[in-house]
Design a protein around this ligand. Structure first.
Ligand code: HEC
Ligand code: HEC
Ligand code: HEC
Ligand code: HEC
Length: 166
């Protein structure tokens, strides 16, 4: 290879490689800036269409005690406005869209697969559901950095959402 040729090769290589390296750096920066991927349980709310929510009265028919104990909680004061869309108020704002829950109640079906059951969630899943609404004072990233979150303590260890009747 002559000297002139190898120079040409070098320039050619740089012409291809530099923009690629640039792109790589930009994409790295972008991934770093991007918020952590959302905990997948929250995507139930994002994906839900209006028909995926049930009329609230149906929950009462089958879960009378829980219905009563939730309406007895201070949270219900803020959350039971019937004008709120169903993903934002009432039972399904925490337990998720429940139409599939009710259509999968056959004896052989997995009854907890289509409903958000807090007694069965991982701590970070619970926090993610609560922080759909409570990320005004604390972001999820901040919460995850606290010693509570790192010790696996979640919101429901301290906050009771259903209050037994007096
Ligand atoms: C036709 C009856 C029926 C209706 C309507 C119904 N559920 Fe259920 N639900 C069940 C059954 C049965 C189970 C599984 C066994 C159990 O925990 O009672 C269940 C389980 C649950 C659980 C998990 C309970 C646990 O032990 O962890 C939650 C939460 C729940 N339902 C919420 C709701 C909400 C909110 C609604 C209304 C949007 C609703 N359900 C409507 C019958 C029903
Ligand atoms: C603000 C969030 C929130 C709302 C709204 C809510 N729940 Fe719950 N629910 C919870 C949590 C958290 C638990 C787990 C027990 C606890 O911490 O009180 C639970 C537990 C339950 C359970 C299972 C019992 C158990 O101990 O696992 C049922 C059934 C239930 N809720 C039904 C309902 C119904 C019906 C409504 C509406 C009338 C409702 N919930 C509204 C958060 C909520
Ligand atoms: C769909 C929205 C929504 C969800 C989901 C939600 N909250 Fe709330 N919550 C509110 C609103 C609105 C208020 C009243 C204003 C405020 O304090 O931000 C409130 C108030 C509260 C309060 C103060 C009143 C009280 O009950 O003592 C606590 C504590 C609380 N929420 C905890 C939780 C926890 C824990 C979860 C998850 C299990 C949760 N919330 C899920 C909307 C929500
Ligand atoms: C180690 C216990 C503990 C944990 C875990 C915890 N909290 Fe709290 N939280 C408290 C205490 C204590 C207060 C202040 C006293 C009060 O207002 O009830 C508070 C206050 C709040 C308030 C404001 C209440 C008001 O009156 O304005 C909200 C909303 C809330 N917490 C939501 C959450 C959410 C969401 C999580 C999970 C991401 C969480 N908390 C985790 C103990 C805890």
């Amino acid at each position: 290879m002559k000297v002139g040729q190898s120079w040409r090769m070098t320039i050619l290589c740089l012409a291809f490689v530099c923009p690629l390296l640039g792109l790589f750096a930009v994409s790295l920066a972008a991934t770093d800036k991007k918020a952590k991927p959302s905990v997948s349980i929250v995507s139930r709310f994002d994906k839900a269409k209006p028909d995926d929510y049930l009329d609230e009265g149906m929950c009462k028919d089958c879960h009378e005690y829980s219905h009563k104990s939730w309406h007895n909680s201070p949270h219900a004061l803020f959350q039971s406005d019937p004008k709120k869309p169903l993903g934002q108020g009432g039972c399904q704002s925490c337990h998720g869209p429940a139409a599939e829950h009710v259509s999968h109640l056959k004896p052989d079906a997995q009854p907890f697969e289509h409903i958000i059951s807090f007694t069965r969630l991982k701590p970070d899943e619970t926090a993610a559901v609560c922080m759909r609404c409570h990320n005004d004072t604390m972001t999820r990233r901040h919460w995850e950095g606290t010693s509570h979150a790192r010790a696996g303590v979640t919101c429901t260890a301290c906050h009771q959402l259903h209050w037994p009747a007096p």
